[in-house]
Design a protein around this ligand. Sequence first.
Ligand SMILES: NC(=O)c1ccc[n+]([C@@H]2O[C@H](COP(=O)([O-])OP(=O)(O)OC[C@H]3O[C@@H](n4cnc5c(N)ncnc54)[C@H](OP(=O)(O)O)[C@@H]3O)[C@@H](O)[C@H]2O)c1
Length: 354
Amino acid sequence: MARAQRFPEPEDSVADNKRGNTMTTNSEFKAWRVEEKDGEYQGSEQTLSTADLPEGEVLIRVTHSSLNYKDALSASGNKGVTRSFPHTPGIDAAGEVVESATGEPAVGSRVIVTGYDLGMNTDGGFGEYIRVPAAWCVPMPSGWDARTAMIYGTAGLTAGLCVGKLLKMGASPEQGKVAVSGASGAVGSVAIELLANLGFDVVAISGKADHADSLKDLGASEVVGRDALAEEKKPLLKPVFANAVDTVGGTPLAELLKQVQPGGSVSCCGLVAGPQLSTTVLPFILRGVNLLGVDSVEIPLPDKQAVWEKFAGEWKCPKTEASARDIGRAELDEALKAFLKGASAGKIVLDHSR
Ligand SMILES: NC(=O)c1ccc[n+]([C@@H]2O[C@H](COP(=O)([O-])OP(=O)(O)OC[C@H]3O[C@@H](n4cnc5c(N)ncnc54)[C@H](OP(=O)(O)O)[C@@H]3O)[C@@H](O)[C@H]2O)c1
């Protein structure tokens, strides 16, 4: 796959690798691994060997990963995400290349890997090492570090893609309010800050009344409860939103579509409220509303790289970066369970040095 840019030069800490002092393929490392016992799925720290990792062109020493809803599904034994166990989840990883069969990315270069099969059926970023195809590796934007990249992670990447699709459809602040559902979640919170930074009037839709102040701090001008998207019989409602980012799917998405102004767009990326979408065609044929699907997993590498470069530059979200919470592997179990309960908020970074 074509790459738009060279991989950055190694930092001092990995210069030894560039001089040929690379690890052997049998080094031991720590990983948070999920096993199945009597139909129950339990994660724990284990010592693995890099020889246990799957085939692949690039061996990466992972310093940081990021927590996502999909990791929680994998860790709970969801077979739609991970077919067989034992397994190391972690759909995001950032770190340094220590072995490279293709020479590009080079040993010592810093990379971000998100999506594709990482953490699903390929051992992921909850281990200190991953081995992946070269075509999964995005060069770290210059001036960025692994922790910062993982504050955004797949959730940030997805928020960036959602906002990018709205902008591509011509969304602008003058058109009116933009709604963000699942507002306190990992995708929703980045979408709020990014849209607010771009000058949009953002309405956060959240089930967590106690998060109203933090959502306003991120840039929302208004916070409304999830009941704003409760099921209504009418096929169309008063069009109060010019555009929207929906991270929850299900009934809330169907209700959101009824409330979008003529010509407006809704980026849709998630399914925490359900995978079904029960709607009429009326928002589409009477108001010309656009429903824009967003996939951050399988899209071409240059599309991911473009969003990462933006977050490292004009799309920087300082509040998201400042509010991220760092955890170690020992805290993964609790943090992942909070995701499944819809009780997580903000961005959580896994730091393998903790
Ligand atoms: N398409 C892609 O490539 C892609 C990439 C990343 C994530 N996703 C998906 O996007 C969704 C959001 O991901 P995330 O990482 O932001 O998850 P998250 O951190 O768990 O946030 C989801 C938020 O949705 C709200 N919510 C939870 N349960 C709900 C329910 N039953 N009904 C309505 N709202 C509910 C909660 O926010 P409030 O309490 O504030 O309402 C929650 O914080 C997930 O479905 C995830 O799988 C898709």
